[in-house]
Design a protein around this ligand. Sequence first.
Ligand SMILES: [Zn+2]
Length: 673
Amino acid sequence: MTNPLLETREGPFGLAPFDLIQDDHFAPAFSVGLQEHLAEIDAIADNPEPPTFANTIEAMEGAGEVLDNVLSVFFTVSGADSNDARQALQRDFSPRLAAHSSAIYANAALFARIEDLWDRRDSLGLSEEEARVLFLTRRGFVRAGAALTGAEAERMKEVKSRLAVLGTSFTQNLLKDEADWFMPLSEADLEGLPDFVVDSARSAGEALGREGPVVTLSRSLIVPFLQFSPRRDLREKAYRAWTARGANGGDTDNRAIAAETLALREERAKLLGYPDFAAFKLETEMAHTPDRVRDLLMAVWKPARAAAMADQAEMAEMLRADGVNGPFRPWDWRYYAEKRRHALHDLDEAELKPYLQLDKMIEAAFTCSSRLFGLAFAPLDLPLYHPDCRAWEVTRDGRHLAVFIADYFARASKRSGAWCSAMQSQARRPVEKAPIVINVCNFAKPSGGKPALLSYDDARTLFHEFGHALHQMLSDVDFGSVSGTSVARDFVELPSQLYEHWLEVPEVLSEFATHADTGAPMPAALLDKVLAAATFDMGFQTVEYVASALVDLEFHNGPAPADPMARQAEVLEGLGMPDAISMRHATPQFAHVFAGDGYSSGYYSYMWSEVMDADAFAAFEEAGDAFDPATARKLEEFILSRGGSVEAEELYTAFRGRMPGVDALLKGRGLAA
Ligand SMILES: [Zn+2]
């Protein structure tokens, strides 16, 4: 049987042949990929020649191509278009993958070659990037426990493989709780909801094969429902279901998984000689220590909480004026905030929405990158994994640069949130590779052939994920392990959050925000309101985020809590968390922290990056032009093209001439005193 996942990629741009790939191709291709990678690694480790950079580090960079090909396709479809077969495969692959990487890190002969190179690093005549890749490779081995022996090495293997299993279960439980719940709405329940919410509730109902409209737990439906529904009882019901995800008891409950994960992470850090998991994790980050993270978060917390409490006092008045006695509750916040936004800024999302057409916002994101970096986009007609996916060839001066794929619409088979991943990362050595990058979002799909409309939040998400894509597509380094977004976690959100600023450039909105029915550009007055409203309710947004970031930090700093829910309550109590605001991601739903290691004791990093993005965009403002060519050139040269080939501080300082403080962020959020 031929397996398309194992064939040489002869299609255009090395893209996977999605039209030929069936679910039963994954398991055999995965096994072949693992075996080939191990054989390649063994050949490197057992090479009779003395170690050189080329025969060891560069050879490792080139190893595992088949496995990469299989996994890049598999992770794309299992995240964006899952089904029972793919979920079963994921449960099977995840411990085997953890064991595979442990086996490579435990290869003593390989580690001895790396150590030998490391000891002789100053006499090897390495380029700056080669030296960096050697440093990172060795650090990766040491942190994975390559220096451990005997029982400790065995235990490390068990811990890591168990953590991988727990992460997968956490994600699948969340997905299941999200897919299982819906609330049918009668025609009377639709009263007060703007058309776009009604449309997406109807289309969610259709997707579930039901007659009438429903509210689901998809963020792009439940958030606008909470914003607009005057029915306090329905808001409460929807809100409670939303915040109960992963904590409903039974098979899909994530609370015990969270406790076990935290205990195993602490054990892992201690085996490696770190006092706790946060110390281990932050070693490789720009922030470096838990104290620096806590200082940043607390500097933002106080003004944010004060702003949120002042907003709440005004909204509690509005609640009373509506004849409701009793306290202001979390399911009231978004509804009254929307009313208040309407009153203060006379801006209602429903009036705004017809101007934010998905296709126009895609064009806006593309055009900004053309003006800044000279990129051009041409649609590609290629078989992809779902009919909602679209692809473009990205070129500059007529030369191929990358393939960009976008999968924007929500569906039940897609996990929630939005993300960017590289199906192929840029590299020059040992083999030249051009990036293949995908953006996945969860925007509500319109029914009946209407144009897709976005909320302002959605439009920002589109720009955000496209910023990550640019980081991949403009990458210009030798080695795949340091290309694109392979950077410190607290640096990786800089390009994405920075790119959001271009959505707010007045000339961009006036050109691309045109009315879906009339084609008229967004009126100047509405545009002004959008910009003035940009910092509205920022106290709430900052509080829900910072609370999550601090809980994440405290989970990993010091001994692991036996009862994470109790520890969460304790941290929130200590902060004086407002009663009417909940964490943006409470523990049972906190996929950033528990689906894998990525953002564990690292959720703060969005804000760390925001400190920089506010300051970095100010460089364009100081130049007097949001598309200033010289500043754009520096941004590409020092940040977007460099990946992780240089330390983040060094890159930022080269771009801006100095490091930023917290002031630009507070000003940007409207929280400056
Ligand atoms: Zn991001």
